[in-house]
Structures are given as structure tokens and as C-alpha cells.
Design a protein. Structure first.
Length: 282
């Protein structure tokens, strides 16, 4: 198996906290990595405004000249105020998103050697996302059982030799600085993700880069943000995934503002569990 390189970006946040200089540098830098695919795990906008989505569309079109782009919505991309607690249904919250990014909120990108499947965790002001903390009301997400079942079934009917990547917006590991979970009922969500038989889960939302494993077998990549709203004054970062038959590597690329480029930072390597279990036979 040749190495698969996937760029994982998140939380670009077109709008008031957008970092246009950095995005120009990112657009120039990504092609130098020759990724097989580019995954953007939500919060492309700040307030789900037309202008933000239009700017995002132009930016993503630029990235798509390098590799296919996969995108899911984040909590900032949902017009949650249009259907509080779902009283006016679910569709109305995603109308503007669909106008720009297509009908399917959770697209599947299938290439000849990998499959990327989106999962919806951004439901706005919804029963499933509520926690005892009122500040979480429109910020946290939840992972419905139907989302997990759909992606599990999609992976099950995909050639087992293909790398399986599931994408959702909310972080499934606590942030390394914030110590916050992205999802309500996070332990149940972790257990559900383990049933996917995936190689990797990609998420964002915490605005801090990180990586880890669930149950010592499912690799998690948490991408940072390219907005000005980083945690602890740290520079922005995105993740580069390098996937081989034996291992999955998550490398953080850190923004060097003065040099107007990105530089390799910490890198973590994880054993490839599915291969060890005999599922990947190349
Ligand atoms: Fe965000
Ligand atoms: Fe978010």
C-alpha cells in the first residue's frame, strides 16, 4: 500500500474572526503536501451568513484544485435560531448551508483507496445537545444513533482494503488546553464511534490541535482553527495524516505568521489496528 496523505483542516470561520492572510498562505501551502483528499470538519462560517458561506465556497473551490474536498457543518454553520428545540423541524436550520454546499449534509467521498464519511453532530438548540451548563446550549453537539448506524453500514459495504475515515465537527477527545468535550454524553459517543470499524475519526471545534486513540485502536485527529480565535495565544495549526499499511501518523503543521508559511510541529504515530485484525489485506 502506498502512503495516503490527507489534509485535515477545521474551524476556518469566515466572518468577523477570519484570518485572511493566513488563509491565503494556507491556500498556497496545501498543494505543496500533495494530499489525496482535503477534509474540513466544520465551522466554515461564524454566523451562518450568506457572505460567509460565499467566501467559504470560493476558498474551498481553490482547495479543490489540489484534491477533492470533504466538508461537514459545525455549530456555527447552523441557523439554530430558526427552529429552537426542533419546533419548526430540522430542515429549516440547514437551508442556507444546503444552498451553498449541497443537499447532503453528510457527504461520502469515496476514492479508489479510501472512503471519507460525514456524520452530523451540529444540531443547534436541540434536546440531545443540552447539558446542565446553559452556556453549552448552542455550542455542544450530539451524535445520534442513526448517524452512527448509517456510517457503519456505509463502511460495511465498502471494500475492506480502503481506509475508512469518519468525520464530525465536535471533538470526541477533551481539548488539551480547554479540557472540554465537544459532545453531550461524550462517553456514549466514543463507544458508538468504536462500533464503526473505522480507521480514523476526524473532528475539530475545540480550536486546538490534538490526536489520540479511542480504546487503543481508533485514531482520532482533532484539527485546530485558522481563525484568529486560537486558545492560549498559540499559533494556528492543521493536521496532516499519513496512512500506510502499518500505521497512521498525525502531524501538526503550525502557522509561522512572519514567514507566511506552515512548519511541521509535533507528530504522533499509531499502529494500524484494522490491519492487525486482518481486515486490510494488501
Ligand atoms: Fe469553531
Ligand atoms: Fe464548533
Amino acid at each position: 500500500m502506498t502512503e495516503q496523505v490527507v489534509a485535515h483542516l477545521s474551524d476556518i470561520h469566515f466572518g468577523v474572526r477570519c484570518d485572511l492572510q493566513q488563509l491565503a498562505d494556507l491556500e498556497r501551502f496545501i498543494p505543496t503536501l500533495s494530499p489525496r483528499a482535503i477534509v474540513v470538519s466544520g465551522d466554515i462560517a461564524q454566523r451562518a451568513r450568506h457572505g460567509e458561506f460565499q467566501a467559504a465556497l470560493r476558498f474551498l473551490d481553490g482547495l479543490a484544485r489540489t484534491a477533492p474536498v470533504h466538508l461537514v457543518p459545525g455549530n456555527h454553520d447552523v441557523q439554530w435560531w430558526r427552529s429552537i428545540l426542533g419546533v419548526l423541524g430540522q430542515r429549516v436550520k440547514y437551508g442556507k448551508w444546503r444552498r451553498y454546499f449541497g443537499e447532503d449534509l453528510t457527504p461520502v467521498l469515496e476514492l479508489d483507496d479510501l472512503v471519507v464519511a460525514g456524520m452530523l453532530s451540529a444540531h443547534g438548540f436541540a434536546w440531545g445537545s443540552l447539558t446542565p451548563n446553559p452556556n453549552d446550549t448552542t455550542v455542544k453537539g450530539y451524535l445520534p444513533a442513526a448517524e452512527v448506524a448509517r456510517v457503519r453500514e456505509r463502511f460495511a459495504r465498502t471494500d475492506p482494503r480502503k481506509t475508512r475515515i469518519a468525520v464530525l465537527h465536535h471533538n470526541v477527545l477533551p481539548g488539551v488546553i480547554s479540557n472540554r468535550w465537544g459532545l453531550a454524553r461524550p462517553r456514549a459517543a466514543q463507544a458508538a464511534l468504536l462500533t464503526l470499524d473505522a480507521d480514523l475519526v476526524l473532528c475539530g471545534h475545540d480550536h486546538t490541535e490534538g490526536s489520540g486513540q479511542l480504546d487503543g485502536r481508533l485514531v482520532v485527529s482533532t484539527a485546530g482553527t485558522h481563525s484568529v480565535r486560537t486558545r492560549g495565544g498559540r499559533p494556528s495549526a492543521f493536521n496532516l495524516l499519513r496512512i500506510t499499511a502499518d500505521q497512521i501518523q498525525v502531524e501538526h503543521f503550525i502557522y509561522a505568521r512572519d514567514a507566511r508559511t506552515f512548519r511541521p510541529g509535533d507528530r504522533s504515530a499509531y499502529a494500524r489496528y484494522r490491519r492487525a485484525a486482518g481486515a486490510v489485506q494488501r
